[in-house]
Design a protein around this ligand. Structure first.
Ligand code: FAD
Length: 432
């Protein structure tokens, strides 16, 4: 079949390569021409390019299945192989996204049957309910199968789909990449250091080549934190937030970037077509962030979106399924495996913002997952459930059996610890 893939981000490249490996004639269309000859790569329109990314075991598993050898290419480019303690069979990667995307692109460029075209996708060509290709810079490119992987901010194909569920997650980000100075050890733990403070979330995530990112996520409407987006403000905050202090020590680490602002973070979910059971057009499929986004603080999206794309590939392979069946299969899988995580994160964020505003946990509502997980500080029996939730070995409903126990603890007066300076103290620290 002739296939067009709009968008050459991680999910577009993954899907396009896998289709070409199956013998289809694939063209990827992306407006980004790729790295310049001097190696610089701006990645305009992909705000998160330089932001911290964790590559969970589900990502590595998907890459191994559909892009054989690419994980080894990533290792060769410096990405570190990581295993959860005591679980050598589970393999994750620690690497900057800037490193991973380059390797994925280079791999795709070598793939027989895959052609790269630089151009802007203006829209989808549809005739009598059948997608016939893409309109690119005014020209129509023809295909039997059209895949849209244009990311979180794109409107390509909007007119063929129902409304987006969700929206802003209420949080903004500031992150910064550091590198260990010569002779100093970098952050090489499997788990990011993740703390929910009294008014903000702070985390440290290890990457390749002695680099790591520190991230502060704060309520988007907290104007008093705007200074965090400046190098000075970010520096000052890192001197008082406990889990960031050791990883921003100027004697051990140097910043590789300035403070990187990340706004408009969302929790969104969207069906393929106008409603469940209705394809957008025959032979047209949406994958990647065009289907779901979640607040990146938990670093989950690609661990869900690559398996989603694999489900699409399996449906295309199945001689029993026609093009519309493949669309319905994508929605069915998403309803079962994506939507629960979207809902889980939206609830986590909504309730955390309430707590940051000084309100108590609402015990008449579902106990948010972050609170259930935090309860391991007072009840060890919750740990296995928290571990399975954190590792995404099942859906977020894995926490259901212990929700009652946490409710009991909350009734008895327990509340999660919130280490670090208060919002007011942090505001003062970043001002002076
Ligand atoms: C701050 C931040 C941190 C994150 N951290 C993590 C993490 O730790 N772990 C994780 O798994 N996920 C993380 N995510 C989510 C992850 O970045 C996304 O899920 C991922 O980028 C989705 O890939 P994609 O290919 O669908 O879209 P994108 O990566 O957005 O790629 C879309 C591509 O489409 C192209 N494009 C868009 N419109 C057009 C057009 N009209 N014409 C031509 N080309 C077009 C763009 O140039 C781009 O190349 C994070 C997200 C954010 C915002």
């Amino acid at each position: 079949m002739r296939a067009l893939v709009a968008g050459g981000g991680p999910v577009g490249v993954f899907t396009a390569t896998a289709m070409a490996r199956r013998g289809h004639e694939v063209t990827v269309v992306d407006r980004d021409p790729g790295p310049a000859t001097d190696g610089a790569w701006k990645r305009a329109g992909v705000m998160q390019f330089e932001h911290a990314h964790g590559w969970r075991p589900q990502v590595v598993q998907s890459l191994r299945a559909e892009m054989p050898g690419v994980v080894e290419d990533l290792h060769a480019a410096g990405a570190k192989r990581m295993h959860p303690p005591g679980m050598p069979e589970m393999e994750a990667l620690a690497a900057r996204r800037t490193v991973v995307e380059r390797v994925l692109r280079e791999y795709a460029a070598q793939q027989e049957g895959l052609v790269w075209r630089t151009g802007h996708v203006d829209g989808i060509a549809v005739t009598d309910g059948v997608a016939t290709g893409l309109v690119v810079d005014g020209d129509t490119l023809v295909a039997d199968v059209t895949v849209v992987a244009t990311g979180r901010a794109s409107h390509v194909g909007d007119e063929l789909r129902g409304p987006v569920e969700g929206g802003s997650c209420g949080f903004s980000y500031v992150s910064r990449v550091y590198r260990a100075r010569e002779g100093q050890a970098g952050y090489d733990r499997f788990f990011p250091s993740f703390e929910t403070g009294p008014g903000y979330v702070s985390l440290v995530m290890g990457h390749d080549a002695g680099t790591h990112s520190v991230v502060i996520a704060y309520p988007s409407d907290a104007e008093e934190f705007t200074t965090l987006r400046t190098n000075d403000g970010q520096d000052r905050a890192c001197r008082v937030i406990p889990n960031l202090i050791p990883w921003t020590d100027p004697n051990r680490f140097e910043p590789l970037t300035g403070a990187l602002a990340g706004g408009h973070l969302t929790n969104t979910y969207r069906l393929q077509g106008p409603a469940l059971g209705l394809p957008p057009a025959s032979g047209l499929y949406f994958v990647g962030d065009a289907v779901m986004t979640t607040n990146p603080a938990a670093g989950r999206n690609l661990a869900l979106l690559l398996p989603h794309a694999r489900h699409f590939l399996a449906a295309l392979d199945d001689p029993e399924q026609d093009l519309d069946d493949a669309s319905l299969a994508l929605d069915a899988w998403a309803e079962m495996h994506l939507r629960p995580w979207y809902r889980d994160h939206a609830h986590w964020d909504r309730t955390l913002l309430r707590r940051f505003a000084g309100l108590d946990i609402d015990l008449s509502d579902r106990i948010p997952s972050d609170v259930i997980v935090a309860a391991i500080e007072v009840d060890e029996s919750i740990k296995p459930y928290a571990g399975m939730y954190g590792g995404m070995v099942a859906g977020p409903e894995i926490l259901d059996p212990v929700e009652g126990r946490v409710r009991e603890l909350l009734d008895q007066g327990w509340r999660p610890k919130t280490p670090g300076p208060t919002g007011a103290e942090l505001t003062e620290a970043i001002r002076t």
